[in-house]
Design a protein around this ligand. Structure first.
Ligand SMILES: *Cc1c(COP(=O)(O)O)cnc(C)c1O
Length: 405
């Protein structure tokens, strides 16, 4: 039986019907430890009581009204995001790509409204991922996502990640902004070299350009700070967030300073669904938990604990693991074996990881993860490595829903 879903994914033969904290139960009744969180989305795990309560309460009142009317819950979420960030303004979206797209438009409009419409070009970085709209695939510049989709949206100059000289050299009279993920996610959990983001900030200040951070994956506590820019002590002018803020509900946003947002006046941008009462009520509930005293510190501590345990794993399996990298609960295992083999071996041990570029297995557990689950996870990775070493990584991923492991 062929699936009527457009075949743009090579899906793993595995489906889930329940989630509880950091655990998922498959349709075959097997329990998996979820170290992917739906690609950093289920930030509070599955079925978090506080988020469920918001879903039920708001769901019983009103879901959608439209941005033609005031949405008090959106005002509240925006105000809270402004209070805890560099920003003065927030625009809610339904996804990360839309948030980045809005950020790009804001940067272009900043210069357009300031009498410099020619400054529409944006410097971006190889290995980046910004989403799948026409502009965001052009921004990231990955040929595999651009190919066959017609003329590339104009205005993006991609330079090597971490290469400040290349960034400098790319600045021309039309350059208006720089767009970067503070830590590359899909690109393989790549950290910027020390001082790189600061140097980009300085370049932007010197040339009257805007600095934009794509924190769709890194934001909302993932790195052990509320936003990754705090890890590096460098604030952007515009920032995109999504994934973690909705805890599984589709919600994103872009944030900007008053100055950077100067072009975004009435009628300049819009969205039908973005920031609807249901979505932002859930966003508020997620923030309640993430901003509660001690929560971010917990993430940072669990991040250190996990990274430390993974260092031990690497020592035991140097033939398989090349490097452990990342920050907070956004960690990568750089592998010497194909990442898909590792992911399959991990699934056979009932733990989920997310493959990324550079042959890296991404670990993005729910931020509510506890120490015992971390030790359990590392024990399962250990067993997965042993499977690979014994030459029986998984007995074929096709058998996963039911029989493997
Ligand atoms: C996931 C991601 C996006 C795209 O988000 P969607 O919700 O899939 O559109 C953009 N940027 C980064 C850094 C991401 O990780």
């Amino acid at each position: 039986m062929t699936s009527p879903l457009l075949p743009t994914y090579a899906r793993v033969n595995l489906a889930f019907e329940r989630g509880d904290g950091a655990w998922l139960t498959s349709t075959a009744g097997e329990r998996f430890l979820d170290f992917g969180a739906g690609i950093a989305v289920a930030s509070l795990g599955h079925g978090h009581p506080h988020v469920l309560k918001a879903l039920h309460e708001q769901g019983a009142k009103i879901w959608h009204t439209s941005n033609l009317f005031e949405i008090p819950q959106a005002e509240r979420l925006a105000r809270r995001l402004v209070e805890v960030s560099f920003a003065d303004y927030v625009f809610f979206t339904n996804s990360g790509a839309e948030a980045v797209e809005g950020a790009i438009k804001t940067a272009r409009k900043y210069h357009g409204s300031g009498g410099h419409p020619e400054k529409f070009r944006i410097i971006t970085f190889a290995g980046a991922f910004h989403g799948r709209t026409l502009a965001t695939i052009a921004a990231a510049g990955d040929p595999k996502y651009l190919e066959g989709f017609g003329p590339r949206v104009e205005g993006f100059d991609t330079v090597p990640f971490g290469d400040i000289e290349a960034a400098k050299a790319a600045i021309g009279p039309q350059t208006g902004a720089i767009l970067i993920e503070p830590i590359q996610g899909e690109g393989g959990i790549r950290m910027p070299p020390p001082g790189f983001l600061r140097a980009l900030r300085d370049l932007c200040d010197k040339h009257g350009m805007l600095l934009m951070f794509d924190e769709v994956q890194t934001g909302i506590g993932r790195t052990g700070k509320l936003f990754a820019y705090e890890v590096f002590g460098v604030a952007p002018d515009i920032m995109a967030i999504a994934k973690g803020i909705g805890g599984g509900f589709p919600l994103g946003a872009f944030l900007a300073t008053r100055d950077a947002a100067r072009g975004m006046t009435v009628g300049s941008h819009g969205t039908t669904f973005g920031g609807n009462p249901l979505a932002v009520s859930i966003g508020n509930a997620v923030l309640d938990v993430v901003l509660a005293p001690g929560f971010i510190e917990h993430v940072a501590l669990m991040g250190v604990t996990l990274k430390h345990s993974l260092a031990g794993l690497k020592d035991r399996h140097g033939e398989i693991i090349a490097e452990i990298r990342g920050e907070g609960l956004m960690l990568g295992i750089a592998l010497r074996v194909p990442v898909n083999d590792f992911a399959a071996a991990a699934r056979a041990e009932r733990i989920l990881v997310i493959p990324a570029a550079e042959n890296v297995a991404r670990l993005l557990p729910p931020l509510i993860i506890g120490e015992e689950e971390i030790f359990e996870a590392v024990a399962r990775f250990d067993a997965a490595c042993q499977r690979i070493e014994s030459g029986k990584p998984e007995n074929s991923s096709a058998k996963l829903s039911g029989t493997a492991g």
